[in-house]
Structures are given as structure tokens and as C-alpha cells.
Design a protein around this ligand. Structure first.
Ligand SMILES: Cc1cc2nc3c(=O)[nH]c(=O)nc-3n(C[C@H](O)[C@H](O)[C@H](O)COP(=O)(O)O)c2cc1C
Length: 245
């Protein structure tokens, strides 16, 4: 798969290992990604053992890819290594703060996306797991992440055993603003979301869940205020625990 226009998330993997040399090559190449101060404020924890995948799974709400994928990568915002380097070189690090977390998280996410693009070129399948930031303390404990290391992304990786249909995207005009941000009128919202709302699978989902609109699927079922607030509290606690707050 070489064209970004045909990329999709892959959640089912063939019973075929992901070669360590191949993965190491891709992870090396991905490090050409731009990074703040060229400090490479990230680390990747590679999980291949069934035992460790089973330990990680609950933190990801037991999404089946975690135990089924040959490899699970947890990408972390990491100011630990840089801070240790500083201390070893008579320099006093000042990175135990929120700005530094934000900078390291940006580095880690940019690295993650480059790695995804490289995996696409090789024909490897992957799925990004946003659950990484829902119960981060479980991941921190399982992977024994020290202070100033915070998990921000997980990729399950393997050779594809499915070819799902391409998912829809909003039209360009819906997310590009010229010169200044032009806020949305109800008519514009109608136009931009019409196609998504008309998709048979989305209409089916609305019916199945006895909802009136597709948006209610997101607000009332998938990403609710209650969950968001509870998991925000957990995220803040984990950031404190890791020394970023
Ligand atoms: C921040 C983020 C979090 C995601 N979390 C999950 C997840 O927990 N489980 C999952 O199956 N897919 C997850 N995905 C994948 C999205 O569902 C997927 O990218 C989106 O539906 C578009 O489909 P496509 O990637 O096939 O184009 C996540 C993607 C992103 C960028």
C-alpha cells in the first residue's frame, strides 16, 4: 500500500511475525521526523510477548487487537532521557512542567505518524489506540515507565488479514479557513456533515441504538461527558505522578 489516499486502519492481522530487523529499520527511518531542538523527546516500548500484551489489554478496554497483533508499540512522551543527559553533563534540567509534556507529546505523535506512513509503504497494517490516554496509569505501571515518561499513543502492528472499506472524510472547505477562522452556520454544518450522515452504516448505527441523530451516537454513547470527565481526572493524576504537573 503506497498511496496515502488508500490508507486505512487495520484491526485484523495474519498469523505471520513482524520481523525485528524490518521494524527496527522503520523505527530508525521514522526518527528523521522533525523534533523539538532535535532532542527526540520520545521513547517506544515494543511489546511482543503474550504475557505483556495480556497485561496491557485491560488498559485498552480489552480491544482484541492488543492480544491478537504480533507487535504492540507504546509511544511515550519522554523527557527522562534528556533530563538524565543534562544531569550527567553538569546541566540542570527544567522539564518537570506541563509545557515540556506538551512538547514531548508533540514529538512523540509526529514520530508515531511518520512510522505509520512508513509501515503503509511496507504493506504493514496498524491501528492507533487512543485508549492509551484513558487509563494511562495502568500502562505506566505495566511498562514500568519512570518519571517524565508518559504514554501518548499505541499502535497494534501486523500483516493485514482484512481490507476494510475506506472511511469517509469531511470536505476540504469544512476544515480549511482562509486568513481568519470563519465560524460555522447551521447551513454549513448541514452541508459538511450530509454525506457522513447519509452513509448506510451510520444510519444503521443510529437505528440500532434508538437514537435520533448520528451526533448523539458520539455524545451519548461513544464519547460521553461522564467518561471524558472521569478519564480527564485520571490523565491529570498520571501526569502528576510522572512529574509533569
Ligand atoms: C487519536 C486516535 C484514537 C484512536 N483510537 C482507536 C481505538 O481505540 N480503537 C480503534 O479501533 N481505532 C482507533 N483509532 C482509529 C480510528 O477509529 C480511525 O482512524 C478512524 O475511524 C478513521 O478510519 P481509517 O483510519 O481506517 O481511515 C484511533 C485513531 C486516532 C487518530
Amino acid at each position: 500500500m503506497k498511496n496515502l489516499l488508500s490508507r486505512r486502519s487495520i484491526r485484523k492481522y495474519a498469523d505471520r511475525p513482524v520481523d525485528e530487523m524490518l521494524l527496527n529499520r522503520l523505527m530508525t527511518e521514522a526518527a528523521r521526523t522533525q523534533t523539538m531542538g532535535n532532542l527526540q523527546l520520545y521513547s517506544v516500548v515494543v511489546t511482543r510477548s503474550d504475557e505483556m500484551k495480556a497485561k496491557l489489554a485491560p488498559a485498552h478496554f480489552n480491544q482484541p487487537m492488543v492480544t491478537a497483533a504480533p507487535v504492540v508499540l507504546t509511544i511515550c512522551a519522554d523527557f527522562n532521557r534528556t533530563s538524565q543527559w543534562a544531569r550527567c553533563r553538569k546541566a540542570e534540567p527544567g522539564y518537570n512542567n506541563f509545557l515540556s509534556f506538551q512538547n514531548a507529546a508533540i514529538d512523540a505523535l509526529l514520530y508515531t505518524q511518520t512510522l505509520c506512513n512508513l509501515m503503509d509503504e511496507e504493506g504493514l497494517g496498524y491501528c492507533y489506540l487512543g485508549t492509551t490516554v484513558y487509563m494511562p496509569q495502568m500502562i505506566i505501571d505495566t511498562l514500568q515507565l519512570p518519571q517524565l515518561v508518559m504514554p501518548v499513543a499505541t499502535l497494534t502492528v501486523g500483516w493485514p488479514a482484512e481490507e476494510p472499506a475506506l472511511s469517509d472524510r469531511l470536505p476540504l472547505e469544512s476544515f480549511v479557513h482562509q486568513e481568519t477562522y470563519s465560524d460555522y452556520t447551521p447551513a454549513a454544518i448541514d452541508a459538511y456533515y450530509r454525506e457522513k450522515e447519509a452513509l448506510p452504516e451510520n444510519q444503521h448505527f443510529v437505528e440500532l441504538n434508538h437514537k435520533e441523530t448520528l451526533a448523539q451516537i458520539f455524545t451519548d454513547i461513544r464519547y460521553t461527558r461522564k467518561d471524558n470527565e472521569a478519564m480527564s481526572a485520571g490523565l491529570m493524576e498520571a501526569l502528576k505522578h510522572q512529574g509533569f504537573l
